[in-house]
Write a protein of this length. Sequence first.
Length: 76
Amino acid sequence: SFGFIILAPFLQLHIEQGPVLEWVGLPLVVVIGIARQTRIKMMKQRHKVEREANIMPKLDGQRIKKLPRLTQSLQS
């Protein structure tokens, strides 16, 4: 049993539907739960090699020479 809980701020009556539901012979009901929206924030974490590839134009010459060795060692 759910008991009685006062939900006055969340109560939304659709009075205009009452006569229509009665006219077609459907029973009237009281809702005890309300669905709500759920939002989820998702983030993608990238690997170090992918991050370095994105900043390659900013790197000096020596770092660019080291990058192929780093990627080869990660692939093997």
